[in-house]
Design a binder for this molecule. Structure first.
Ligand SMILES: N[C@@H](CCC(=O)N[C@@H](CS)C(=O)NCC(=O)O)C(=O)O
Length: 226
């Protein structure tokens, strides 16, 4: 199931030290892919097909008992949460720092990651949507995630309006951007009207120009389906 990401971020499966368990459309996996690219770290790509339920396999459950992607394996270190992965990479591979030195900007960057990672994405997760549909009806499959994404984006727009530069908290890419770009991409699947969020649109446009973000796009992953 291992294969490699094509382009300058390519690596050889046999020699790669870092192994990323990922699903092409997973926004949380995408965060890890962006951070690995930003830090210039080659990695082996291990696809976990969420629609086929591979996250529930015995082998994968040994890596992540919560049965979610992403999981990063670095030698004998196993980390199964995107924020924990990013902070681990930040400590171990300091090239291209992902957190601002300024305490205020650092706090705001982390606030953005928390809004996306705790108040938006978990509410649109595959298993949550299945359960919501089952309990509340088929129309909620779209209405539920749309409501929560818009609530989160309203907060992000207000928060970032006065602090953003080219990117979320100035002109350097930080953790906030790594979380924001995949979330904006996911929002399109739930018919969120992005014209309400001009600051987020501008940041996303700037991020979309970066090679490290482009190489992490879902459709560029080895397990992408047409
Ligand atoms: N807090 C975790 C959340 C991971 C997560 O929710 N992953 C989703 C994909 S983005 C998943 O694996 N879902 C599988 C499912 O719903 O069965 C992280 O940031 O890594």
């Amino acid at each position: 199931m291992a294969s490699t990401v094509e382009d300058k971020f390519e690596t050889s499966p046999a020699s790669a030290r870092l192994k990323l368990y990922s699903y092409w459309r997973s926004s949380c996996s995408w965060r890890a892919r962006i951070a690995l690219n930003l830090k210039g770290l080659p990695y082996e790509y291990n696809a976990v097909n969420l629609l086929r339920g591979e996250q529930f396999s015995e082998d994968f459950t040994k890596l992540n008992p919560l049965q979610f992607v992403p999981t990063l394996v670095d030698g004998n270190v196993i980390i199964s949460d995107s924020l924990a992965i990013l902070l681990y990479l930040e400590d171990k591979y300091p090239e291209h720092p992902l957190l601002p030195k300024d305490p205020r900007l650092k706090a705001i960057s982390l606030q953005v990651t928390a809004i996306v990672g705790s108040s938006i994405q978990p509410l649109q997760n595959l298993f949550v949507l299945k359960r919501v549909e089952e309990k509340l009806g088929p129309e909620e499959r779209l209405a539920w995630p749309k409501y929560h994404i818009e609530k989160g984006f309203n907060a992000l727009e207000k928060l970032l309006k006065n602090v953003s530069g080219k990117y979320c908290v100035g002109d350097e890419v930080t953790l906030a951007d790594v979380f924001l770009a995949p979330q904006i991409f996911s929002a399109a699947r739930f018919n969120v009207d992005m014209s309400n969020y001009p600051t987020l649109i501008n940041i996303n446009k700037a991020l979309a120009e970066l090679q490290e973000f482009q190489a992490a796009l879902p459709e560029r992953q080895p397990d992408a389906q047409a």
